[in-house]
Design a binder for this molecule. Structure first.
Ligand code: SAH
Length: 459
């Protein structure tokens, strides 16, 4: 560790910034957030800084820098485009042991500011000790995504409760256990996820009622997207990391499953065609049973839970059993697969509407509104339609769709194994048979399929 991270209180403390351009402005904006009392020394200053001066946010001295300017400063930032001046500022500051930062000149700095994630009062700063600021920024973006703004609000509430808790729990260890349980309480989690609006008073009441000791189970019904783990939502990832047990489907890709918390128990309830491993009824009961044991149950489903996902049935049962739950939407196969296949689902010239249909057969037959599906100027997306593909094409043609209407079948869309076969209603079934496409495959029908020739960007 070459530099020691500290958080310094700058409220109303004199800070000197040398330089008046855009770079200085960026630093000044950060320092203003910390309520520093800023003096700018520069030969000229940019428009924004002129506004700041007018509104008395900063003081400005238009002059060349000299050593008398540093007087009483607790911190100095040099952000001029003149190396000589920057070096002089650094030397003067170092002589007086005042911490100094020279923008983009690590060798002239005695402190750096790092990349900041501001969830005040919760603060995270990342440093690469001057080696790779862009990497630090990249890490910041990742953390930024993981920590919702509500964490700052919770930190405030916890701060206001500290004394009460200190009075109630004597040892450091008992207080730590209390706070760990507090953060993990479903209501507090709902507060963090912003699914429940709780006031600080309500959170404090929670503590007073000693609700913390009860372990209450809950279910997260989470859409795992079509396969590529980068298509998960932040909330999905967040809840995947919190689960005690994960109940997942056949559609969940290995890469997505790998992101579930390591210690979570994995229960596979995938359904094979004609071989229902676990019936829907049993899955519903399993979720209730696990939650009643006090577990955080992750119900991870492919795509979006509410699109051909029977998510509605699962939460109906939870509702009846008064088990808390939340639903996290996922990118459905239609969205993900179409994007990665370079096929826009709507287009001003080709399709003004898009219909999602299930191609799942009951007793070897498929009952769909063929008349309306065969109409022009639309896109039809068929889920679970691979086995019925030949029948679908025959019916559409029979009901007036042109034989040469473009159609695509996409296997394992969005993954590195994605395969796309395109053709026309009259020949696609043969092509797909020849290529031995397997499930999961999605069918896209309509003139938008033509666009793939131009727009194919993935593999
Ligand atoms: N709830 C899911 C759909 C479940 S139905 C969603 O919103 O995506 C299962 C069907 O989805 C499969 O038979 C297939 O038609 C389609 N599907 C899901 N993932 C797919 C993928 N990666 N590539 C192609 N089709 C996919």
């Amino acid at each position: 560790m070459k530099s020691f991270p500290i958080f310094i209180n700058l409220i109303r403390k004199p800070v000197l910034v040398v330089g008046g351009g855009d770079v200085a402005l960026r630093k000044i904006d950060m320092l203003l957030r910390a309520d520093a009392s800023i003096t700018v020394v520069a030969s000229k200053i940019c428009k924004e800084l002129q506004h700041y001066e007018k509104s008395k946010k900063i003081r400005v001295k238009i002059k060349t820098f000299d050593k008398n300017d540093v007087k009483q400063s607790v911190l100095i930032v040099a952000a001029t485009d003149n190396k000589k001046v920057n070096t002089l500022v650094s030397m003067v500051a170092q002589n007086l042991n005042i911490p100094v930062n020279v923008v983009d000149e690590p060798s002239l700095c005695t402190f750096t500011m790092g990349s900041i994630i501001d969830r005040s009062p919760l603060l995270i700063a990342i440093s690469s000790e001057g080696n790779a600021p862009v990497l630090a920024k990249f890490v910041r973006e990742k953390i930024e995504a993981l920590i919702p703004h509500s964490f700052g609000k919770l930190a405030l509430v916890m701060g206001s409760m500290r004394d009460v808790i200190k009075g109630r729990y004597e040892t450091t260890q008992s207080r730590r256990i209390f706070w760990e349980n507090f953060i993990d309480h479903p209501l507090v989690r709902q507060f963090l996820n912003q699914t429940k609006k709780l006031t600080s008073q309500q959170l404090i009441a929670l503590v007073k009622n000693n609700d913390m000791q009860k372990k209450q189970g809950e279910v997260f019904l989470v859409g795992g997207g079509p396969g590529d783990p980068d298509l998960l939502t932040f909330r999905a990832l967040h809840l995947m990391q919190r689960a005690d047990v994960c109940v997942y489907d056949k559609l969940i890709s290995k890469d997505v499953l790998n992101l579930v918390r390591r210690d979570a128990e994995l229960i596979y309830v995938g359904k094979e065609r004609d071989r229902h491993t676990v019936s829907q009824e049993k899955i519903n009961q399993l979720l209730v049973k696990l939650a009643k044991k006090g577990m955080r149950v992750l119900r991870l489903k492919g795509g979006d839970p509410f699109i051909f996902g029977r998510g509605g049935e699962e939460i109906e049962m939870l509702m009846e059993n008064k088990i808390p739950f939340q639903v996290v939407p996922g990118i459905s196969a239609a969205n993900g697969v179409a994007s990665y296949a370079g096929i826009p689902l709507t287009h001003r010239d080709y399709a003004q509407s898009c219909t999602f249909v299930t191609g799942h057969m009951k007793d070897e037959t498929l009952k769909l509104e063929w008349q309306s599906l065969a109409m022009p100027n639309q896109t039809i997306v068929i889920y679970m339609g691979l086995l019925a593909l030949a029948q679908i094409c025959v019916e559409l043609i029979k009901h007036g769709a042109p034989k040469d209407l473009p159609i695509a079948v996409v296997e394992q869309g969005t993954t590195s194994d994605q395969r796309v076969i395109t053709g026309a209603l009259s020949n696609i079934a043969q092509k797909v048979k020849r290529e031995k496409l397997k499930s999961p495959s999605l069918i896209i029908i309509g003139n938008v399929v033509k666009l793939r020739k131009k727009l194919n960007w993935f593999n």
